[in-house]
Write a protein that binds this ligand. Structure first.
Ligand code: UN1
Length: 506
């Protein structure tokens, strides 16, 4: 089968060497979740190509680490400008290859632009410390140095943004980047990579090989995880994948930055504003067809509000416009593929078998798109947690529980193996502060009066427990991409030893 022509604005990307019409051979097949058609094909990187890429990456590191950080920031600034110019084409590619609705696809590209801006500012703020020395005429410093090639393994659901959180920071920190995108979204990755390559080619101080794409499946991931030439592997995906990558990287004393599964909860308290709660729940649970790592999967509603909120949710879920993400009024696009659909149906069957009351969740026929997996987001009423509600099923299923005390609700929020995001809808200051305190949510992200998804790039993004502990994006997440060096300088002509140790030699 030859590749179909990718619709309109992709043309603007041809200028940077992205021409989907030429992508007709290779073992990686990109299929659109919209209707199952093949968008293009790409060959997996061979081991020989991988080794050549690594050699270029190491050579690039030797040059790039000596370029002043603000100049490195300038490269990222120019990349951000290029992304701005191509925003519609890039967003359309995300829609075609990942199935996101237009507004969310454009929002993802916006996230790339935002992190570029953040990284540019950061390039003048890679601050170290001065430390008081206990020895006379000595001073101590803490400095941050580039670390080396950074491998970035990304998932299909944020096929551009998650790479950009890592890549832009890694680049201003003085490191080359190697990207292994999801096998489900290779074209999106290739387009963004080519765009960066075109900016690198115009930037005198930037060495070739500064950015590389290594496409492929499990084998390529293993090469990256096992390669001692790569000091940092940043991996986003399932907990199962992260457990393997984390162990392999640790086995060679490399560093990993893991952003794995979430099983995010929201608590709706007695004082919650109802309209706000219903909108927050619906976007967080059904948006992106439930395929964000921050998607709302478990809802704890106070018993006094349960019936009214559930009635509103049933209406809201039943009225969601499901269909092609290319249609302007669609709110819920397709699941990524058949496996995602089957996993969703299996979770719903398990919930029914465990006594859950399921509303929605069925496949929805979309005319002309029979090969796409469109579903009505599901609400599942449960009396208590079950095995299915303890797992992350990457689909729009919201498990709903009643609660009586805020302590019970917080215990429910924390009572899963994952720890990415969490939220509480309340007007009660004491509840809000408790939720945000050391005795509250145990997640990497805790929100009041907004849902658990849709984080801004300025904060550190990531979570605890089986979510993997990594932090990407804003705040001081950049420190993961550098090595820390403690430096002591003696500017006297004597040699006092620390801790008053005497060691006099003739
Ligand atoms: C992800 O699903 O892997 O907070 C990332 C959010 C987005 C990023 C999600 N800004 O929902």
């Amino acid at each position: 089968m030859s590749a179909v022509k990718i619709a309109a604005p992709a043309g603007s990307l041809a200028a940077v060497g992205f021409d989907p019409a030429t992508l007709t051979s290779g073992d990686l097949e990109s299929r659109s979740p919209i209707d199952g058609r093949v968008l293009g094909r790409l060959a997996s990187t061979s081991r020989a190509d991988y080794d050549a890429t690594l050699a270029r990456s190491l050579a690039a590191f030797a040059a790039w680490r000596a370029v002043p950080a603000p100049r490195r920031g300038e490269l990222v600034r120019l990349f951000g400008e290029a992304v701005r110019r191509h925003q519609p084409a890039l967003a359309e590619l995300i829609t075609l290859e990942a199935g996101k609705i237009g507004s969310e696809a454009a929002g993802e590209v916006q996230e790339v632009i935002d992190i570029c801006d953040f990284a540019v500012g950061l390039s003048r703020q890679l601050y170290g410390l001065t430390i008081a020395s206990e020895r006379k005429h000595h001073h101590m410093l803490e400095r941050w140095h580039p670390i080396g090639p950074v491998a970035i393994i990304t998932a299909f659901n944020f096929p551009m943004a998650v790479w950009s959180w890592n890549a832009t920071l890694a680049l201003v920190c003085g490191n080359p980047v190697l990207w292994k995108p999801s096998e489900k979204t290779p074209l999106t990755a290739l387009a963004l990579h080519r765009l960066l390559e075109s900016v690198i080619a115009q930037f005198a101080e930037a060495p070739t090989g500064l950015s590389a794409l290594v496409a492929g499946g499990r084998a390529v991931g293993e090469w990256l995880a096992d390669d001692a030439r790569i000091p940092l592997v940043s991996a986003t995906g399932s907990t199962r994948m992260g457990r393997e990558v984390g162990v392999r990287v640790a086995g060679r004393f490399g560093r990993s930055l893991l952003e794995l599964g979430g099983n995010n909860a929201m608590i709706v308290a007695p004082s919650a504003a109802e309209d706000l709660a219903v909108r927050a729940i619906t976007f967080a649970a059904a948006g992106t067809a439930g395929q964000r790592c921050t998607t709302l999967r478990r809802l704890y509603v106070h018993e006094t509000r349960y019936d009214a909120i559930l009635a509103r949710l049933k209406r809201a879920f039943a009225s969601l416009r499901i269909g092609s993400p290319l249609a302007a009024d669609t709110l819920v696009g397709p699941l990524v593929d058949r496996q995602a659909f089957e996993a969703m149906q299996a979770a719903l069957a398990a919930a029914r078998a465990a006594g859950g009351l399921v509303h929605g969740g069925e496949r929805v026929a979309v005319a002309g798109h029979e090969a796409g997996y469109y579903v009505r987001p599901a609400l599942v009423e449960l009396a208590a947690p079950i095995e299915a509600s303890a797992r992350e099923t990457f689909a729009p299923i919201l498990y709903v529980f009643r609660y009586r005390t805020i302590e019970d609700a917080i215990a429910g929020n924390n009572g899963v193996a994952q720890g990415l995001s969490s939220s509480l809808i309340t007007q009660n200051l004491s509840e809000a502060e408790t939720f945000l305190s050391a005795e509250g949510s145990d997640c990497g992200i805790a929100n009041i009066n907004i849902g658990p998804s849709g984080a801004e790039i300025g904060g550190a993004f990531g979570g605890e427990k089986e979510t993997g502990g990594g932090r990407e994006s804003g705040s001081d997440a950049w420190k993961a991409y550098m090595r820390r060096q403690t430096q002591t300088v003696n500017y006297s002509s004597t040699l006092p030893l620390a801790q008053g140790v005497k060691f006099d030699v003739e």
